[in-house]
Write a new protein. Structure first.
Ligand code: PNS
Length: 159
């Protein structure tokens, strides 16, 4: 049984994330999407909202489950018998930090990291840019599922 984890903040879920999760689900027997709940960045959505959005977005992938996690991703991997962490790489600029994290995680527990190149049509999509564009009234409907788009508009309207 090969089990992978796709960790992230998913604030909110984008088609870029879903591209990576979907492709990981074809490579591994099981994939757990691990939604970080104690990461320090300012969040637009609470942890439970991010978890339920990812659950809904991954509902059509039978071997994918979604869980929240706090603390180190390596602890989550050890607790869940995870073979590999899967991360998407959008551009060379992602690589330096992702390499550093992969090497740190490997040196902590030996867990491997597998990098997947983001599909070219999703290479520029990030949660941060989606929030920025939507915050200024731009149309981000091409980059997130419909229900995420609705939640994004509602949250930005309430602010
Ligand atoms: O979507 P993000 O914000 O890029 O996700 C970052 C995340 C949650 C994957 C990363 O911050 C993480 O792994 N946090 C857990 C804490 C941890 O293990 N830190 C050491 C990494 S070497």
């Amino acid at each position: 049984m090969r089990r992978a984890v796709c960790p992230g903040s998913f604030d909110p879920a984008t088609f870029g994330h879903l591209d990576i999760v979907r492709r990981a689900s074809g490579l591994f027997d099981e994939v757990i999407v691990a939604v970080g709940t104690n990461v320090s960045k300012n969040r637009l959505f609470e942890a439970d909202e991010r978890i339920s959005m990812m659950r809904r977005a991954c509902a059509d992938l039978p071997n994918v489950s979604v869980e929240g996690f706090t603390g180190l991703v390596t602890t989550f991997c050890a607790d869940h018998d995870v073979t590999a962490i899967v991360k998407g790489l959008r551009a060379a600029s992602d690589f330096d930090y992702e390499l550093q994290m992969a090497q740190m995680n490997s040196s902590l527990t030996g867990v491997e990291t597998v990098f997947l190149p983001t599909s070219p049509e999703r290479g520029f999509v990030s949660s941060s840019l989606v929030k920025e564009v939507a915050g200024f009234g731009g149309d981000v409907s091409a980059f997130v599922p419909d229900f995420v788009h609705d939640a994004l508009k509602a949250r930005l309207r309430d602010r």
